[in-house]
Design a protein around this ligand. Sequence first.
Ligand code: SF4
Length: 280
Amino acid sequence: MKIRFIQAKSILTPQKRGFLTAGARPYTHSLSWATGCQFGALYCGAFCYAQMLPNWHFGRREGEAWGEALIIKQNAPELLAAQLARARNRREMRIFMSPVTDPYQPIERKLRLTRRCLEVFACYEDLDLLLIQTRGPSVVDDLELIAAIPYAWLGMTIETDRDDLLFGPTKSQVSRRLAAVKRAVECGVSTQIAVSPCLPYSDDFAERLLETGAQRIVIDTFAIGDGSRGARTGASPFAALADYDWRDDEIAISLYHQLSAYHDSVEWSGAGFAGIPGRA
Ligand code: SF4
């Protein structure tokens, strides 16, 4: 992994359109302390839309390939502290961390940039929402801190309970992620599971999701969630790797109905992601 450190000029990116604004409670800002993602070499890196976005294309240098390079904004916590201190509209701020990288990718254990950003958030009580979206079970390191931020939610991505579909170094990932959600709920953290995008799953998947106790579950599909009726996914490396019909929404719809029979807050796609209740 090629790692490059930069001094960024800002860390909170205003959201005006797109997936994060698609629901009744849109996000106002995103926060990503890296361009690129160490999980880019895993299964999700094959369909990840972040590799198609301008900030990756124009931010990387020659020889920096997706999943093999990471550009880190090393002053992220200091920038966040400065931006929050001068924000006049903190009560309206709804922040998604992070849409184009993962806050608990392996290097977080060394750098602790996510933790230091959380420590900044913990100094303020008046934001509306912070969603910490990850597929990294090491989020359990920070649950106590997350629980101390009154507007923080943990979002854990769990696309399937079939480890055999998750190529890359993902052994036991699903169990560890489910366990992390359970632990978060036990610690009093508001928690949402994102089955996004929904991959083929075992007969027990709905039951395993329900057992975690997560307050919300959002389900999404490749064809709806990629914002282009599957065109983006079709152009991604994943389309050539998948040995099932990823355009078929039926498995996701079926899971939605299975869960809805037992859970009050099963949500759908962008409206679900951008629908977490605020504090007001
Ligand atoms: S963890 Fe998220 S940002 Fe990183 S490669 Fe996977 S889908 Fe993309």
